[in-house]
Ligand binder design. Structure first.
Ligand SMILES: Cc1cc2nc3c(=O)[nH]c(=O)nc-3n(C[C@H](O)[C@H](O)[C@H](O)COP(=O)(O)OP(=O)(O)OC[C@H]3O[C@@H](n4cnc5c(N)ncnc54)[C@H](O)[C@@H]3O)c2cc1C
Length: 336
């Protein structure tokens, strides 16, 4: 028995690894010609922020995210656990209070505590929230590490294959093709996200910093080697067009407002990805015949993929049902 996993984004690689580590013969099929900018995962910020995300996405995401943190430390030791700092400029202070009401597991900071955590932000913000247990990673390095681990386990990752469910007829398939699965999951929609990658040697940030704003919340995630990922727009659109001038203006202005030295940063890259999302913005495991779809990871792919992959493996191998992510009772399904 062989399981074919469609898609080498974070969902596909995590599912393939969970199955391979349980001794299942797996292959990964990816339509992009080579590893690299294959899908939405390439453009992610890499924040593993279950409690911050709780504010906008609720308890399920927080639970799946918290469950996933140890998996990341075990499978990608370069995961950095330095917490998240959440800030707001003076006139946006009410946003901070509202954010605090919607979440948990943070400490409230004053200006001195902010300066102690991030010396380069000293004197710039009067109040903030610190989520000490959160983490971040470089998504591109993490994808490469998971693919390398799959190779070690003898799992082939085939690039340049536009997998077709009908063509795979008879095989057990885990479909992690992101937005491309809309053909079978018509409720899926795209939420476009634009980002820029900056290089600035004069700013040192040790952790992701979120700056709240009523219309344009922004985050800056350190990537090492003086690189900072600045993200991200959230547009109800599945356009794969290049980054718009408006997005660049908004992202760069917000980075400049966080620290003026970002005005002199080198723009290394501007990119965009389309997040696959269901109407409730929550992930789902959906059976269609012999195919298990793992999709709708929205803005939490890295955060929740490990927890979803574990559920996918247990659904396939043990016929388990997980009502919080599986909308129909599928206890009878399992890998034959
Ligand atoms: C700007 C931005 C910032 C983000 N920041 C974060 C963050 O900080 N933290 C976080 O957790 N999440 C973040 N996300 C969300 C995260 O990136 C997504 O949730 C995640 O990438 C979705 O992963 P996926 O594997 O489902 O889809 P994808 O990464 O899109 O992977 C699907 C793969 O399937 C392949 N494919 C499609 N059709 C076929 C086919 N027929 N045959 C073979 N292969 C096929 C595609 O080429 C692609 O490689 C961010 C997203 C964006 C855009």
């Amino acid at each position: 028995m062989r399981v074919s996993v469609i898609g080498a984004g974070i969902a596909g690689l995590a599912c393939a690894l969970e199955l391979a580590e349980r001794g299942v013969a797996v292959e990964v099929l990816e339509r992009a010609p080579a590893s690299g900018p294959t899908g939405c995962s390439w453009f992610a910020g890499g924040m593993l922020a279950p409690w911050c995300e709780r504010e906008s996405c609720g308890a399920l995401i927080a639970r799946l995210g918290e469950e996933s943190l140890p998996w990341w430390r075990a499978h990608f030791p370069a995961t950095v656990r330095n917490g998240t700092l959440v800030l707001a400029h003076g006139r946006d202070r009410p946003e901070l209070a509202q954010f605090a009401r919607g979440t948990e597991r943070f400490a409230a900071l004053d200006a001195a505590a902010i300066a102690a955590l991030e010396p380069d932000l000293a004197g710039r913000f009067a109040a903030g929230l610190y989520f000490a247990d959160e983490a971040h990673l470089d998504p591109r390095a993490a994808l490469a590490a998971l693919a390398a681990r799959l190779r070690e386990l003898g799992v082939p990752v085939h690039y340049g294959i536009d997998a077709d469910l009908e063509g795979l007829g008879g095989r057990t398939v885990v479909d992690c093709s992101g937005l491309a699965a809309r053909r079978t999951l018509p409720e899926l929609r795209g939420v476009r996200g634009e980002m820029v990658l900056l290089r600035q040697r004069e700013v040192r940030l040790a952790r992701p910093v979120r700056v709240l704003h009523p219309r344009l919340p922004l985050y800056v995630v350190p990537r090492g080697a003086d690189l900072y990922m600045v993200g991200a727009t959230m547009l109800e659109s599945d356009s794969e067009a290049r980054v718009s001038a408006r997005a660049l203006l908004e992202l760069l202005s917000a980075a400049y407002a966080l620290h003026p030295a970002f005005g002199d940063a080198e723009v290394v890259e501007a990119g965009s990805g389309v997040r696959p999302a269901f109407p409730d913005n929550l992930p789902r495991l959906t059976w269609c015949g012999q195919t298990l779809h793992v999709n709708g990871l929205y803005r939490h792919g890295f955060l929740v993929a490990p927890a979803l992959a574990r559920r996918a493996a247990e659904a396939l191998l043990e016929g388990r049902h997980f009502p919080e992510v599986m909308h129909e009772d599928t206890r009878q399904r399992r890998l034959a």
